[in-house]
Write a protein of this length. Structure first.
Length: 454
């Protein structure tokens, strides 16, 4: 028996050496081919085409067959299986409740045991079946979440603080496992569960400060993850959930009593997501992408609208121009800071500059009226063009052209209705003359303008 075992071991080693020899041979042939390309004068040799090792052939064949069947068998079936399994457990528990077959305490214990069994199986299968194990783990944690919710909501076995604490522990544990095993779907489950906790066990207490403090805590965890992993789905879920909760509360339940809390958490959430959106790329000196910039622009819109609403909510003033001016100054400062610290990240500080300019343009009609708006816009457009020409900064010149266009549209569509004849003459002649001067400057300095712009 021992001799046969030794024979099998020797055969396995021989086979392994043969595969390694074949791989080395192919690598050697490849290098010889590269050498001949670099030295064409060298005598040509009959070099056979490298033969892929059997293991590579098998791997390539497997990859070719990984189409629809691979997606269904390796992905979709697992998700469907875990969903059906949890649904079956829920139906079984409901049937037992309806028929009063087992006591409430036993129901909760059995649910925890079933969740624990899923968790145990996922741990046992992790080394050989990583993806399948991750799906089982996600299902186990989902079962833990909702079992805890049932123990609190339906049977009163857990107090609100205890249920809250248990679910937070589940969240931290799930995040830890997702980092250890490099599984984004596990972290996503933890995040969804975390944002659901206040609505599962929060009741109707209306404690806004507590709610937003909890969300701030969860977002801090996401901020930590954003510096560790480039998991964009987590950023999107956290971003959407946090701002949806905040905006819903602001427009449905906000009152003057909570104005201070509204300002505080509006600023805290903004800073958190500013770091979360760009933290991973800036820490590794990677260039930002369109998705990150889209989140920044969307968040800026949310913050601006929310700030206007809080400032003008049943107050003594309906003038929101001070809010517009303050936020535009903030983006100008953010532009200078990001340009100084991360000059190579042009898309970030370019976006901040564009946001600042847009807000300044919006500020003008909030603060002024009539012909003054057109005059201020024209003056701004001239200054932007001069600055863009002087600094050789194309973005400023484009902003100048767009602002001239907006001014002309306003002049033709709106101002012409209310202007007197004299005012029309002055406005059209002055704006037309300025446009001709700028067009002449474009012609005269076209080599400078269209040279090495920033």
């Amino acid at each position: 028996m021992m001799d046969q075992q030794q024979i099998n071991d020797l055969k396995a080693k021989i086979q392994l050496l043969k595969e390694q020899q074949e791989e080395h041979r192919n690598e050697l042939l490849f290098l010889e081919q590269q050498l001949m390309k670099l030295h064409p004068a060298a005598p040509a040799a009959a070099i056979p085409k490298p033969v892929a090792p059997q293991s590579n052939q098998i791997r390539q064949t497997t990859q070719k067959n990984n189409g629809v069947e691979g997606f269904v068998g390796l992905r979709l079936m697992q998700f469907a299986g875990i969903i059906v399994l949890i649904t079956g457990i829920a139906i079984g528990v409901k049937y037992a409740i309806d028929k009063n077959l087992i006591s409430p305490a036993v129901r909760i214990i059995l649910a925890y045991l079933a969740s624990g069994l899923l968790l145990f199986i996922s741990i046992r299968l992790r080394k050989k079946y990583e993806t399948f194990s991750a799906i089982l783990f996600s299902g186990a944690m989902a079962a833990f979440y909702f079992t805890t919710y049932g123990a609190f909501e339906y049977y009163g076995f857990l107090s609100r603080p205890l249920a809250f604490a248990v679910m937070i522990l589940f969240t931290f544990f799930t995040v830890y496992v997702s980092l250890k095993f490099e599984r984004q779907e596990i972290a996503t489950l933890a995040l969804v569960g975390a944002y659901g906790i206040p609505f599962l066990v929060g009741g109707n207490s209306g404690n806004v400060v507590m709610l937003f403090s909890y969300i701030f805590l969860i977002n801090t965890g996401i901020l930590f993850l954003s510096f560790k992993r480039s998991w964009n789905i987590l950023k999107v879920i956290a971003f959407a959930a946090s701002w949806l909760i905040f905006i819903s509360w602001l427009f449905m339940k906000h009152n003057e009593t909570y104005s201070g809390a509204a300002w505080l958490f509006l600023i805290l959430f903004y800073v958190q997501f500013l770091l979360t959106i760009f933290g991973f790329r800036l820490a590794r000196n990677e260039e930002t992408d369109a998705a990150d910039l889209s989140l920044l622009i969307f968040q800026s819109f949310i913050v601006y609208i929310s700030s206007l609403y809080i400032y003008t909510y049943k107050g003594d003033t309906e003038d929101g121009s001070i809010v517009t001016l303050a936020i535009s100054v903030f983006y100008l400062l953010l532009m200078f800071i990001s340009k100084g610290l991360f000059h190579q990240q042009k898309m970030i500080w370019h976006t901040c500059l564009v946001l600042a300019l847009i807000l300044i343009v919006i500020y003008v009609p909030q603060k002024f009226a009539g012909t003054t708006i057109s005059l201020v816009w024209v003056s701004m457009a001239v200054l932007l063009f001069v600055a863009g020409l002087w600094q050789r900064f194309r973005l400023l010149r484009i902003a100048s052209i767009l602002l001239f266009g907006i001014t002309l549209v306003k002049l033709v569509v709106l101002d012409s209705i209310n202007f007197s004849t004299i005012e029309k003459i002055v406005a059209y002649v002055s704006i037309g003359a300025i446009l001709l001067v700028i067009a002449f400057l474009y012609q005269k300095y076209r080599h400078l303008i269209f040279g090495n712009d920033e």
